[in-house]
Design a protein around this ligand. Structure first.
Ligand SMILES: [Zn+2]
Length: 95
């Protein structure tokens, strides 16, 4: 028996603030929705999200929900989202 201790796993999981694409496109789309709406994404990322939203009904609904939410919030001049609304969003996103 050889006692090879190869316990040097290289797990370099860098957490990029925005460009943290996972292998779950839906997760990515929802995860970056705020950046998307704030237009803080790179063009490549924005295109990726846009393409996904256009092809994924679930994310399109989420996107529309958030767009509407922002409009409402802006209209009411409220910077903070009420807790009740946050809960509803969380439920809508299935979290
Ligand atoms: Zn999706």
């Amino acid at each position: 028996m050889s006692n090879d201790q190869t316990g040097t796993e290289e797990h370099d999981e860098e957490q990029a603030p925005v460009a943290g694409l996972t292998d779950d496109p839906c997760f990515d789309a929802v995860n970056m929705l705020n950046y998307y709406l704030d237009q803080e994404l790179t063009e490549t990322l924005r295109l990726t999200i846009t393409r996904h939203i256009e092809s994924c009904h679930g994310c399109l609904k989420t996107y529309e929900f958030h767009t509407e939410l922002r409009t409402v919030v802006r209209r009411r001049s409220v910077t903070r989202v009420p807790a009740e609304l946050r809960e509803r969003i969380a439920r809508e996103l299935g979290q």
